[in-house]
Design a protein around this ligand. Structure first.
Ligand code: TRP
Length: 340
């Protein structure tokens, strides 16, 4: 274990409000299991959030809410470094250098930009276009070796690897930036909408019934699962048949993610049974697992002072590492930093 502890993990969650079980299963839950084995940096990426319009007052509250969610989910601020991105200036400083390393062609292949910018690309912020460069800076500033991400961020991580390699090569500093490895939980990293199994669960979906928020009360959870789309059959017994029913497959992934039971085990248990039986057990599990997290988030949100203290402590620790890297980068690139 001590050997692994030399490896560094960095990941980030955007404070864009209403964290849901997709964020939890796809990201935060995995963070928790890593903190004994790696040196961990868990960032709240507020600078990424403002690549699209945010209400300034709500953004601050959302930033605290992500910190509260991290802690309520089991991230221990004594073991892991929790901080918000904008409080460590070296992220932005390195991002600029990376803007000058990344090629336009690389960025224009990013599918997330195409999705997020939608039809009106001319009107998207330039920040949204260079978003992946800032993400690469988040990772490389701590020389992270491993990055737990959802499937949708895989392309950005590949770009980060290309950036690290190009920097090392262009500036003749082999091994300066480690080439980070993604950690992707294939089974559950993509939690889909409860209404449409082909769409990702998203906070921007207009329907509340498409997602379960980590702040939902138990009766809301039960109601949402009751309304969730399934199929006009019973639970199939073959995984191939289940995969054809994307909404059912998604509910099984959610069940497996929260119960810790293997999907195949759940299929064996529910095959041939009606979906109402399955849903009722699923609701029970969700309520049992989510309720303690929800109440802890709410409790922590009452104690702003405590949360600010955690973020400050995290910032100080992160700054120490980040400053060293950015000083080395300035030196490598030939920027004169006339400091005493
Ligand atoms: N882009 C990521 C997302 O939306 C968030 C993020 C920002 C991130 N910086 C990161 C994830 C660095 C991993 C590592 O999910």
């Amino acid at each position: 274990m001590s050997e692994i502890r030399n490896n560094t993990v960095l990941s980030g969650v955007q404070p864009s409000g209403d964290l849901h079980i997709g964020n939890y299963l796809g990201a935060i839950k995995n963070f928790v299991s890593m903190q004994n084995d790696y040196k961990c940096f868990f960032c709240i990426v507020d600078l990424h959030a403002i690549t699209v319009k945010q209400d300034p007052k709500i953004l601050k509250k959302n930033t605290l809410e992500v910190a509260a969610t991290y802690i309520a989910s089991g991230i221990d601020p004594k073991k892991s470094i929790i901080f918000n991105q904008s409080s460590v200036p070296a992220h932005s400083e390195l991002a600029w250098i990376i803007n000058c390393v990344t090629r336009m062609g690389w960025l224009s292949r990013m599918t997330q930009f195409k999705d997020k910018a939608g039809k009106d690309k001319e009107n998207a912020s330039s920040g949204l276009f260079i978003y992946p460069n800032l993400m690469a800076a988040d990772i490389l500033i701590y020389k992270a070796t491993h990055v737990p991400v959802g499937n949708d961020q895989k392309q950005h991580l590949e770009l980060t690897r290309d950036i690290a390699q190009k920097f090392n090569r262009d500036f003749n500093c082999e091994n300066f930036f480690p080439i980070p490895e993604p950690i992707i939980d294939k089974d559950i990293s993509r939690i889909m909408s409860l209404k449409d199994g082909n769409q990702k669960m998203s906070k921007s979906d207009l329907s509340e019934y498409s997602r379960i928020s980590l702040l939902d009360e138990s009766d809301q959870i039960i109601k949402k699962i009751k309304k969730a789309k399934t199929a006009d059959t019973v639970m199939p017994e073959k995984i191939d048949d289940i995969l054809k029913l994307s909404e059912v497959n998604n509910l099984l992934n959610i069940y497996s993610g929260f119960s810790g039971l293997e999907k195949q085990k759940l299929i064996d248990q529910y095959k041939g049974k009606t979906f109402s039986i399955f849903k009722s057990d699923l609701s029970d599990t969700l309520v049992e697992r989510i309720k303690p997290i929800t109440s802890e988030i709410k409790k922590l949100m009452q104690d702003k002072h405590y949360l600010l203290g955690i973020l400050q402590e995290g910032r100080n620790k992160a700054n120490e590492v980040a400053k060293k890297t950015i000083n080395d980068v300035y030196d490598i690139v030939g920027l004169l930093r006339n400091e005493t």
